[in-house]
Design a protein around this ligand. Sequence first.
Ligand SMILES: NC(=O)C1=CN([C@@H]2O[C@H](COP(=O)(O)OP(=O)(O)OC[C@H]3O[C@@H](n4cnc5c(N)ncnc54)[C@H](OP(=O)(O)O)[C@@H]3O)[C@@H](O)[C@H]2O)C=CC1
Ligand SMILES: O=C(O)[C@@H]1CCC=N1
Length: 268
Amino acid sequence: MSEYQWGVLGGGQMGYAIIAGAINAGVLEGKNVIVGDPFRTKEKREKWLKLGATCLTKNEEVITQSKYLLLSVKPQMMKEVKDVLANMKSDQTVVSVVAGCSIEKLNETCGHAKVVRVMLNQACLIGHGAAVLCPDKDVPKCDFEMIEEMFKATNGTVDIVLERSMDAFTALSGSGIAFVYQFLEALSDGGVHAGLSRELSKKVAVQTVLGAAKMCEETGKHPGELKDNVTSPSGTTIAGIRALEKAGFRSAAIEAVIAATERCKELS
Ligand SMILES: NC(=O)C1=CN([C@@H]2O[C@H](COP(=O)(O)OP(=O)(O)OC[C@H]3O[C@@H](n4cnc5c(N)ncnc54)[C@H](OP(=O)(O)O)[C@@H]3O)[C@@H](O)[C@H]2O)C=CC1
Ligand SMILES: O=C(O)[C@@H]1CCC=N1
């Protein structure tokens, strides 16, 4: 369990998912977390207080008191926080999840701090994220191991990758979970159209997606092979697959990842 102080700059969706996930997984304690955010709503502050974290509106105080700093502001907000980040010291490490923000840019912005770029998705809240880490060359081994341990506790997969692939991972993992949510919603809409109750349709759609993902993971088989196993000649599945193909389903999914990758490049 990390006894070091973790600072968070930007206590929104992703900052909360990462820290709450680590606390839930038992690798971090709320009392070691200090969050800098405007806290414009009472609800947001209360969510963090419930974790045992300290909430501050002065980012300077968060920076001076943190060994590790989770940078989780929106890319467009980087200019608002650059003055405080410039004061960071060489014994501090910034862990940035900011889409499209390169290690070079982080080094220019974060004073003398060491830098690790991370991408993942919000399922880290429940220990099922898909994380990729990209440490800068000068990150001390012990600091990187501490960070890696935290992300291993909150993600189903953790890989160390080259920085040039970060935009694609942002699309596949960070945004990809939303594409799956859309598919899930559409699947349960289909069930409702076929006469099922909304509640039961959603429940079965969720379990179906979960089951498909588990089958891919546990059998190690190609999704295409698993699909073939389901598809009886002249059966129901091939009728549905024909409809998906007619609507350009697979191409739409590919285009979604390409569009998100391109947008990530634009953000940088
Ligand atoms: N959302 C996701 O699933 C993922 C997001 N990311 C990345 O994480 C980052 C955060 O995204 P997300 O959590 O969705 O965004 P949010 O808007 O939910 O979180 C950003 C937070 O920063 C706060 N904030 C605004 N100005 C400041 C400031 N000057 N100092 C400190 N905090 C400030 C915002 O407050 P307020 O709302 O009041 O302005 C908000 O709470 C982004 O860079 C994104 O690319 C990466 C992977 C997945
Ligand atoms: O939509 C976004 O820009 C962020 C980055 C990845 C997921 N959400």
